[in-house]
Design a protein around this ligand. Sequence first.
Ligand SMILES: Nc1nc2c(ncn2[C@@H]2O[C@H](COP(=O)(O)OP(=O)(O)OP(=O)(O)O)[C@@H](O)[C@H]2O)c(=O)[nH]1
Ligand SMILES: [Mg+2]
Length: 515
Amino acid sequence: MTATTDQGRLAGPLSVSVANLCRRLQPQVSARTAAGFAEVLRRLGAPLQVAVAGRIKSGKSTLVNALIGRRVAPTDVGECTRLVTRFQYGTVDRIEVVFAGGHKQVLPFAPDGSIPAELGVDISKVSHIEAYLTSAVLQDMTVIDTPGLGSLDAASVSRTEQLLGAAQAVESADGGDELDETSRNAVAGAEAVLYVVTQGVRADDQQALAAFTAATASREAGPVNAIAVLNKADTIPPESVEGSGGDVWRAASILAEKQGLLLKPRVADVLPVIGLIAESAESGNFTSADADAVSELAALDDATRETMLMAADIFTSWDCEVPAGTRLRLLEKLDLYGIRRAIDAIRADETITAGALRRLLLAASGLDAVRARLNTVFAARADGIKAAAALASVTALAHASGDPAERQRVHDAIEVLLAKPEAHQLRLLEALTLVVAGAVDMPEDLAEEVLRVGSNADIDEQLGLPGASRPELAAHALERAGWWRSFASFGATPAQSRVAHVVHRAYFLIWQQLR
Ligand SMILES: Nc1nc2c(ncn2[C@@H]2O[C@H](COP(=O)(O)OP(=O)(O)OP(=O)(O)O)[C@@H](O)[C@H]2O)c(=O)[nH]1
Ligand SMILES: [Mg+2]
């Protein structure tokens, strides 16, 4: 459900209500608060802001490239990896360096189409980079690549925190009021987090996530707006994971589940992924020349090939027909695990095309599952997430104004909004957070039901009856509404009962809508 306004595309009915509230209040508040509201409106109309965060060198930029389908974020080395880069949709590909004072400078792309690793400007004066790309993925979300958190590089950490916690300079094309620091902080922050961990995650990664939460200012990161990936799944030695049966992906899945428990109240899920393979397969970086090179490796005798695949240095230094430079290139694109997967695929079917090989690698990378999760967790909840963020900003702006009358006016308007049916979504997201985070114990089937109702944008999906007819859906909604109401009254603990009331009302509102 989307609505087009002068603010752009709003995520849904709740965002529309919040936008209306801002517009209605604008003439009744101080100029400074009104400028803040203008910024809130701008953000409401923009795609969901998803920050990719995690420790240094965890593979954030590689994953960003995989998601965007283009090798545009610099990986590995270069001063750019120390900067925040915002990838957003644009009709023409363009890179801008934004300086601390708000001044901008257009940058040429590097010959390979990426952001140049060295910018040729005084980096200490740079606030961040804006990259506008025609990538379709970016129409639904703005992806923010961040320097590694928890790193020793204090300068880049503070830059990240500043940027995620504080808005960029406000566009004042219409000559509107500039925002001061307080107001800017009140409306800023990423709205959702894709948290990248690797095998080494320990309890202190919780701290890194908490630090990120602090950096996102008023936005709480939780299972509603944060998911995690266990990246570099290919590098996990399967023998180090009990129950893996020697299988790398199985080992990664087991580890991801364990880390899920560790990170639980903070993220919805931890999914294993191999960012490097996903990037190479999705960005076209894995070429038919690469496929040919893998074919040559596949044709080597078993003993030679097995020896070469034992370790990276053996792979590149061993004496064989395939040039060492070619092998190094393959290693950079797929690493040993990916090379082995590609060789196995070719040995299973010698006629496999480069395109089919690429699809097979993509499937092996786990990226599709991450995309699907991003869709259910973020895209379907974008309306609730964005509206909640906007309301938090509006409240903070009113508080910062220091005028009690103004604060009261804003407070009253928010109360009215919260009583509307569309605002029930906020309560539902709250209930979902409690259940997913384990703060309220629910039998598993009920927990799943809460998750389903709270995580889907389409009514048939919410009801778990995809494609069902309207009368069927209405009957089911009514039945479930009744069930949750009696559960709330009988047999539930007080905490369960509060959640049950929210779920009951959600079903009731769905039924009303269908009737
Ligand atoms: N084997 C393997 N290597 C990976 C994977 N993902 C990333 N890498 C490698 O890890 C290194 C770091 O990747 P980046 O994407 O630059 O990591 P980052 O988190 O953006 O790093 P910083 O921005 O410097 O914190 C690069 O050499 C990547 O090729 C993966 O899934 N598997
Ligand atoms: Mg990076």
